[in-house]
Design a protein around this ligand. Structure first.
Ligand SMILES: *Cc1c(COP(=O)(O)O)cnc(C)c1O
Length: 403
């Protein structure tokens, strides 16, 4: 590492609050599926800013659209209309089949909005203020107090008690555990269609259908968190679309703006007409012209570049290669995921493998201590998969050894 890079890392550690154990690299620029650090070293990126840069770095049409919007108008208050937000909302409705959109600045804020919409729905229904939400163990929904309250990982919550309250945790893909949590106070059931941080666990068809039926029967809202698994990642625009089980509220972020900070929560007309209304919710930045110009262009490019079809094809190749790796190494115990959201489960901590990969110019990330997560840009080709597998193979041999 150069003296310059080392100096920047030292400066970072003396100025930024240490809430991340960062990898020892300063990234400077990107191109397609590759990143470059300050010293000019090239990395194949299988993280894409954690499922954010779906279209790769420096997609020209995307960059140009943002530059054009910067020259026009970056921000205006939500008390006025702006064309990018109108266009983005219209396109998002079209690809999701949902009816109403609220733009936020992040995923966590989308979750906050979804919780507020659900609570208001319950309030308007019976006037009471002690409604309950059912979330899942091992879930991850963000770091703000509301989002943390529905995050099924006690480690993240412990020091920040009390949470918002009236949250019950069931087990993903265990319909009986959900049934056991339902009371006459239940207003919503919330989960990620594919759990991300918690270890790459896709919801099964039976579970989704079962929860949907429970919700319909008892007028409970189904909230699906598509922040990580949405936006084409599973080969469908939104992961629930492959099952035809539609949520009442859906959250979206990460790849929605492909790098510009933006999220959204969307709802059906039924929820829209019976929950949040003027004065109930707001945000200064959410849905501003710059963020929405990004969303709007991203949705155009997804269509033009046939991103979901591509993911459908390339993910089969990635799965085959990961499965072959699993057959080869006894330290790999499982491979699971959906589309370009995959996890390799190891019988030990994966940090040494990920660190070695970084040295060799491959960017990978974990999900929990023993899972390597693969959430690359959606434009990867077979050659990138081959390149990644070759480096990863070496890294496993060198750190764990071959069996
Ligand atoms: C990343 C993530 C969030 C939180 O999004 P932020 O933009 O970091 O607030 C919420 N839910 C899921 C499933 C996520 O992957």
């Amino acid at each position: 590492m150069s003296e310059t890079m080392k100096a920047y890392i030292d400066a970072a550690e003396s100025a930024l609050l240490h809430t991340y154990n960062r990898y020892q690299v300063v990234l400077e620029k990107g191109d397609g599926v590759y990143l470059y650090d300050l010293d000019g070293k090239k990395y194949l990126d299988f993280v894409s800013g954690i499922a954010v840069f779906a279209l790769g770095y420096h997609n020209k049409a995307y960059d140009d659209a943002l530059k054009a919007q910067i020259d026009k108008l970056i921000h205006t208050s939500n008390y006025y209309y702006n064309v990018p937000a109108i266009e983005a909302a219209r396109k998002l409705k079209k690809v999701s089949g949902m009816d109403r959109v609220f733009f936020t600045n992040s995923g966590a804020e989308a979750i906050e909005g979804a919780i507020k919409a659900a609570r208001k729905y319950g309030y308007l229904k019976d006037g009471s203020t002690d409604h309950e939400i059912i979330a899942m163990e091992h879930s991850f929904h963000g770091r703000t107090m509301g989002a943390l309250s529905v995050t099924g990982n006690p480690k993240y919550r412990e020091a920040f008690q009390p949470m918002i309250g009236n949250i019950r945790f069931a087990r993903m893909n265990d319909l009986e555990s959900v049934k056991a949590c339902i009371t006459d106070k239940t207003v919503a059931i919330l989960f990620e269609t594919v759990q991300g941080e918690g270890g790459i666990y896709p919801a099964t068809r039976e579970f989704l259908e079962g929860v949907r039926a429970l919700c319909d029967e008892k007028d409970i809202l189904l909230i699906l968190d598509e922040i990580q698994c949405g936006m084409g990642r599973t080969g469908y625009m939104f992961a629930w679309q492959q099952f035809g089980v539609k949520p009442d509220i859906m959250t979206c972020a990460k790849a929605l703006g492909c790098g510009v900070p933006v999220g959204a929560f969307l709802m059906t007309e039924k929820v829209g007409a019976n929950s949040l209304t003027a004065g109930d919710h707001g945000t200064t930045y959410g849905g501003n012209p710059l963020a929405c110009a990004a969303v709007s262009k991203v949705l155009d490019l997804f269509e033009e570049e046939k991103i979901t079809e591509h993911v459908g094809q390339i993910s089969g190749y990635l799965e085959t290669k990961l499965d072959a790796l699993k057959e080869q190494f006894s330290c790999i115990t499982d491979r699971r995921g959906s589309g370009l959201m995959q996890g390799l489960v190891f019988d030990q901590a994966v940090a040494p493998i990920i660190n070695r990969a970084l040295e060799k110019g491959l960017i990978l990330i974990n999900a929990g201590t023993d899972i390597i997560r693969f959430v690359p840009s959606l434009i990867i080709q077979e050659e990138h998969v081959d390149e990644m597998i070759a480096i990863l193979d070496e890294c496993i041999r060198e750190t764990v050894g071959k069996e």
